[in-house]
Design a protein around this ligand. Sequence first.
Ligand code: ATP
Ligand code: MG
Length: 333
Amino acid sequence: MTKSEPDYAQPVGLDVGTSRIVVARNAERKYQYEAELNAFVTLPHSKLAESLLQRESVFHEVQGSEMVVAGNDAQKFAEVFHVETRRPMRNGVLNPLEPHSLAVVRRIITKLVGRPAVEGQKVFFSVPAAGPDGEGGIAYHEASIRQILTDLGYDASPIEEGLAVVFGELGGCNYTGIGISCGSGLCNVCLAVLSVPVISFSVPRAGDYIDSKAAEVTGELATRLRIQKEQSFFLNGLNGDRVQNALTVYYEEMIAHLVDALRGHISATQRLPKLDQAIPLVLSGGTAMPRGFIDLFGKVLRASDFPVKLSEVRMSSDALNSTARGALMAALC
Ligand SMILES: Nc1ncnc2c1ncn2[C@@H]1O[C@H](COP(=O)(O)OP(=O)(O)OP(=O)(O)O)[C@@H](O)[C@H]1O
Ligand SMILES: [Mg+2]
């Protein structure tokens, strides 16, 4: 094994996210990540097109009269052919309205994790926590992902995404604190004490919500807004630019909603363990990345009483990989 080469026989962490699937592996003295977009496009099948895809090593599969291009290659194809990418998941779980959902997720997961290197190799995979409407298909989603991994030969266990953030970020605090992942379909939250989850929940307002609401009011395409948001958006009040303003309004709404939900869940928990010390709160996920996010989050948090004492509110130093890293750390325990 060279210095940066991962040890393929060790446990694996897998973040099955609404917009990205990330695998984390243990390499000597650091973690290594690989990610694929959780998206696909379909093209009409022809012998010529198929041989071109093969020649260019494009990640694809022929299904009847269609060719399905999945993962990172889907984005390139969508741009070349001016089509929208489709997504196998919505709001943190397999999308029931998308007939290709399970097959595409299986292909992407198989590409990322491969077959186990040793018998009974462990993998921990992220799952969302229940939202305001309850279970929302999580049991089916979890069983489906577990099946994909056991079919490959892994010993697979689910871990809630918020708890994965606690594992990934709060090792230095005895795994006690609040982990939040602001993703694309959901924000997942977990308050854990000594690695035991005490409160876990999700709210269905995150990146996709911001994109679609801002698209609605500006008349732009949601994908356009997403690209602009990821490339140049920062949170610093309204400044006259239509798109920037629309994104700001819905970012502010999302943050207010998340902090409200956090306050509400903690206040409503009757048997909260006695916490002697203030606890840290860590934010991760792509939606927490714009400049100004943490400042606004902190401001909203401080605007009224918070039911537990916080020692710090900080941003993950590797927000897009935090869930996969936490799943790996849980698998290594
Ligand atoms: N630099 C950035 N600035 C703003 N938003 C970003 C940035 N990078 C990614 N995003 C947004 O973050 C979201 C993806 O984040 P992430 O990969 O954490 O989600 P996910 O894990 O796939 O989704 P979920 O956890 O909800 O299932 C998308 O909405 C994307 O547009
Ligand atoms: Mg996520």
